[in-house]
Design a protein around this ligand. Structure first.
Ligand code: PLP
Length: 948
């Protein structure tokens, strides 16, 4: 790892501690004389890969951007009128540059530490409020992964929540006018869980038989808008619950689902300013009636108060997600689509209620003009009542018409041989309408008579009356609002975020650049292949690189979060067993220390979770494993292990574990979220795994975006290849169960990982892994005397992260790991992972991207905190009156004239000297979580509450 003095490569910029002197300092502390000897000791020999990664040599930023330009030029932009759940939109430049392209927003982590997340929590609360108002339901979350999976979540929720004896075990009924990808995703999930789904035209009434829940689409994929109130009423009479998948923009004109009696509304917020992105990432939403909020998946922002009584935001009911619910799990959603939800919320702030309504009216007006013009020219228009989508019958001519439109640069939806769909959106102009009409040989009429929304579905209620949607009209004002919110938060652009398991590493600017280029961002997921050559080449190439890195035979990038990759992998295992006639294999072994999503995914894949105990040294308890294998031998489907384990160590006997499972006929799922400790050193596909997911938003530099987007590719051995996710939009109930609404999931952010791999090359990636190991071991060695490192492997070394055990200190002094996490805020740090995988601990993962200076600043903070804990132990102050329990300290608290604390103000605000220049003050003090859950408020509170 020697570096020449003229070091100017990207690898040198990506890796933080790169200077030889720094490396030597770190090695000395750990007690090794070379990085390779440290790595050789830490990583078990029998899993090491014997050949270097055969990837292309590293390119420079300039070269990578040139390659991306080339790929982009192989995509063709067009006027996108395909619809089917995806509509073109205008991302206001002030939002694009200052949110989507701003590291202050995109490098933030999920707001589990609310005191340093008030900005993004406010933006997400705005999102919830907008959704609640538009759909007419009191509680909305922020957010879900895509519309189709949001419907699947709603269907499962109805199945859990329906307590009507006659109805609860009945079938789920989907309207035939639901999006095809939605129907496919629901059917795929239902098959694994063993419940019946029926698809029927619900405008003709409900089918016979017991019905658990009904799903309607407003407007339908055909564009038709009909009054749902009658079918909803009859569903309720029969004891069913009702979900409506609704288009948010249309709800500015159409009666909201809540007012029509729906229990749940779901849908996509894509068309509110989020680019098409070739299918994602986009934020989906879910809103529910009162009483259902406690079984709702996804993250929910609520309002509580801090220790000074100041209103403050936090994630409400947090114990429902991330935190382990094991076999009782109901949803596996963890990473969602926070950044995209924030973009959509700001779009609503930017346009306000009148603006949104005007956009909707203009689109509806163009659609009606088009319908009237086509009808006048003798074309059969299928529905009279629609919002933005006109469906026409052109017997035998659909392909010809679609091709003629394409020749004019317009994409229409070829539904079948006789039917064409045309979706109007925010970007549609009168000229486009005229062009489309001309394809049908029609001239544009002045009036749109005969086409109007059915009077009974016209919206009469107001929405988005809150001041936040009605005050930021000038760009100056909005820019300052965006800046004000991001200034309240800590993201990677200000500080190290040493979160174990989450791998908060550099998201280099060069990696980010391409995502908003129109040739990538403005491509519809169902655009013809001739227009998406560049996209597909990039995706195929990335999948090939990931195949090489992981040692598997095949990769699919479709899953749009790690959790979804898990589900894809487990469904592949399920499909494999079924195809072998092993129908009884449904037990999934999961170590006690596993990430919460593991068990939840197993439940969603229709498996039975059996927990395997942890040995005192943190490895899998082999006696218990053996016993569980024996007990469940015939029913054994799989084991899910994380490697290196969630305890931050390379278990030396992982091969033995894999062999034992295989010997019993089971499959091995290796959770690859910790791949940052493996890339270039070992390949899960080679040391025993049959299938894995990776987190591109951890190891491969996609930013976390404050809780999403993410990409969770599934990688598998050849025998599982037939069971990799298929394309939901064209799925015909084969083995390839689709996982996400669109074929390539969150395609829009893939250029980031693609660029990262190209910029690093095989050698650079391997060096990054080694540097991550060095940094983690350096922290462990420096802090061990102050906070014992809980688990270590060979040579007393850890992998890429380490668990600091606070439990003994807590028992002695009362100071908790949470107190330490909150006190770190006063030092300007985001806390490490708290209480996962072991309660009472902190898990630290520095990644390879941090400089030694920053790592040392963190170590200094932790040692200073340890001295404060000693002050509690020595009786200088009680734990209740300590700077630890009273942390974090706001500026208001520190300058208050009635300072009466047992420690000086200087210690509160400037516990180390250099903070005097560079000080982050959190906007609120310690937040009372429990109070916020008791009194759940999940909408924007009245503005006066914040004016004290
Ligand atoms: C992050 C993580 C997951 C889940 O990934 P998401 O993208 O958040 O769904 C699963 N397992 C482990 C060990 C993780 O750290």
């Amino acid at each position: 790892m020697t570096v020449s003095s003229a070091s100017t490569t990207f690898v040198d910029r990506h890796i933080g501690a790169r200077r030889q002197a720094d490396i030597e300092t770190m090695l000395k502390s750990v007690g090794y004389d070379s990085v390779d000897s440290l790595v050789d000791t830490a990583v078990p020999n029998d899993i090491r890969q014997d050949v270097a990664l055969t990837l292309q040599a590293a390119l420079s930023e300039v070269e990578v951007l040139a390659e991306l330009r080339k790929l982009a030029s192989k995509n063709k932009t067009a006027v996108q009128m395909i619809g089917q759940g995806y509509y073109d939109t205008i991302t206001p430049p002030v939002i694009r540059r200052n949110i989507l392209e701003s590291p202050a927003w995109y490098t933030a982590y999920t707001p589990y530490q609310p005191e340093i997340s008030q900005g993004r929590l406010e933006a997400l609360l705005n999102f919830q409020t907008m959704v609640q108002d538009l759909v007419g339901l009191p509680i909305a979350n922020a957010s879900l992964l895509d519309e189709a999976t949001a419907v699947a979540e709603a269907v499962l929720m109805m199945r859990r929540a329906n307590k009507n004896k006659a109805a609860q075990d009945g079938k789920t009924v989907l309207d035939a006018d639901c999006l095809p990808q939605t129907i496919a995703i629901v059917k795929g999930r239902a098959e694994a869980l063993g419940f019946e789904v029926e698809v029927a035209d619900l405008s003709l009434g409900l089918p016979e038989g017991a019905i658990n829940g009904v799903v309607l689409q407003q407007p339908g994929v055909s564009g038709r808008v009909f009054d749902h109130s009658a079918v909803i009423a009859s569903a309720k009479e029969r004891g069913a619950l009702v979900t409506v998948a609704a288009d948010l923009l249309s709800l500015t004109l159409i009666t909201p689902p809540g007012e029509q009696g729906a229990d749940i509304a779901v849908g996509s917020a894509q068309r509110l300013g989020v680019p098409l992105f070739f299918g994602g990432p986009h934020a989906a939403y879910m809103a529910v009636q009162k009483g259902l909020e406690r079984s709702m998946p996804g993250r929910l922002v609520g309002v509580s108060k801090d220790d000074a009584g100041v209103p403050a935001y936090r994630l409400a009911l947090q114990t429902r997600e991330q935190h382990i619910r094991r076999e009782k799990a109901t949803s596996n959603i963890c990473t969602a689509q926070a950044l995209l939800a924030i973009v959509a919320s700001m779009y609503a702030v930017y346009h306000g209620p009148e603006g949104l309504k005007a956009i909707a009216e203009t689109a509806n007006g163009h659609a009606r003009t088009l319908a009237a013009s086509l009808k006048a020219a003798g074309v059969e228009v299928l529905h009279d009542s629609f919002f933005d989508t006109v469906t026409v019958r052109v017997p035998g001519k659909a392909a010809e018409i679609v091709a003629a439109a394409e020749a004019k640069g317009i994409n229409l939806r070829g539904v079948d041989a006789d039917t064409v769909g045309i979706s109007v959106d925010e970007t549609t102009t009168a000229a486009v309408v005229a062009d489309v009409a001309s394809v049908f040989g029609a001239a544009v009429l002045e009036s749109a008579e005969g086409f109007a929304l059915e009077a009974s579905v016209e919206r009469t209620s107001g929405f988005m009356q809150h001041p936040v949607f009605n005050t930021h009209r000038s760009e100056t004002q909005l820019l300052r609002y965006i800046r004000k919110l991001s200034d309240r938060d800590l993201a990677l652009d200000r500080t190290m975020i040493p979160l174990g398991s989450c791998t908060m590493k550099l998201n280099a600017t060069a990696e980010m650049e391409a995502i908003s280029w129109p040739e990538f961002a403005s491509i519809h997921p169902f655009a013809p292949d001739s227009q998406t050559e560049g996209w597909r080449e990039l995706i195929t190439d990335l999948e090939a690189q990931l195949t090489e890195i992981t040692g598997y035979d095949q990769v699919s990038i479709q899953p749009n979060a790690g959790s979804q990759g898990e589900l894809a992998g487990l469904l592949a295992i399920r499909g494999y067993h079924l195809s072998n006639g092993d129908d009884q294999r449904n037990v999934c072994l999961i170590p006690a220390s596993a990430h919460g999503t593991n068990a939840a995914s197993a439940v969603l894949a229709g498996m039975k979770v059996v927990v395997v105990a942890t040995a005192p040294d943190g490895t899998i308890d082999h006696v218990d494993l053996k016993a569980k294998i024996e007990t469940h031998r015939d029913a054994l489907s799989a084991i899910m292990i994380t490697y290196p384990s969630t305890h931050g160590v390379y278990d030396a006997d992982v091969r033995e574990v894999c062999d034992a499972i295989h010997e019993a006929g089971g499959q091995v799922y290796i959770d690859g979220a910790n791949l940052n400790a493996l890339v270039g050193l070992a390949q899960p596909g080679k040391f025993g795994g049959d299938v894995s997911h990776l987190n591109l938003h951890k190891t491969f530099c996609i930013p976390h975006g404050g809780g999403g987007p993410g990409v969770g590719p599934v990688a598998a051995k050849a025998h599982l290849a037939p069971f990799m996710p298929g394309d939901a939009a064209s799925w015909t109930e084969g083995n390839d169960v689709p996982i996400s609404a669109s074929r390539f999931g969150s395609a829009g952010v893939l250029p980031i990982s693609w660029a990262y791999v190209k910029l690093m090359g095989g050698q650079g990636l391997t060096e990054a892994t080694k540097s991550a190991l060095l940094a983690a071991n350096y922290i462990a060695s420096r802090l061990n005397d102050h906070f014992p490192v809980l688990y270590t492997g060979e040579g007393g070394l850890v992998a890429h992260e380490c668990i600091l055990d606070l439990r003994e200190l807590t028992a002695k002094t009362g100071v908790t790991a949470e107190d330490v996490a909150k006190r770190l805020i006063d030092f300007g740090f985001h806390a490490p992972t708290l209480a996962f995988p072991v309660a009472g601990t902190l898990m630290v993962e520095p990644t390879e991207s941090e400089d030694l200076v920053e790592i040392d600043r963190f170590i200094e903070a932790m040692i200073t905190i340890r001295k404060e804990i000693d002050q509690v132990a020595n009786g200088d102050f009680s734990v209740q009156d300590s700077p630890l329990r009273r942390a974090p300290h706001t500026a208001a608290a520190v300058v208050s004239s009635d300072w009466d604390r047992a420690y000086p103000r200087e210690q509160a605000a400037f516990p180390v000297h250099h903070l005097k220049q560079d000080k982050y003050f959190p906007p609120v003090g310690r937040i009372d979580g429990a109070a916020g859950d008791r009194n759940l408020v999940c909408s924007c509170p009245p503005i006066e509450d914040f004016e004290n």
